[in-house]
Write a new protein. Sequence first.
Length: 183
Amino acid sequence: MLTTVDRLQKAMGIQGDSLEEEMLQIQIAASSQAIENYCKRSFKLQSYTERHSGNSRSSYINLRNYPVKSIEQVVIPGKTVGEYEVLDEGRVFCPSGWPAGEQNINVTYTAGYVLPGDETEDNPRTLPEVLELACLFHAQLMLRTPGVTAERVGDISVNYSAESEGMPPTVVALISPYVGRWV
């Protein structure tokens, strides 16, 4: 998850009991998932396996999740590729080019960030603060006014969001640089 219950409670200025903490945990999980879905990628540091189609005119394949920490293996049917270079934002360059074919390149790699709840003394968090802030904003907005875009007190009126994405503009502005560009 992109933030912790403790950080959300501090941001909201509340102290909760265990039942409230459980609800906040669910809200954080939902907000984290909504942000990852919007960005079309996962942020957690873990191992991933993807299949890609090679193109004889391109020396690049684009992995869904980044930053890439390591590539365990790149396999093309019948052989393992040894010469490649990991570039920014999950791009992998093969100087001799990738062989053409449908779903013929299998990549196993480790990528992502150390999330706030997963940090240790030896492995500090690496998630950019802006992503945690976006999760905090999203969770707070959904807890306080889920889907409400306008309110009026006199003659009581409430308007709800008609957006299909449901992602608040403030959150979109914060996470836009982290949207997967290759998918």
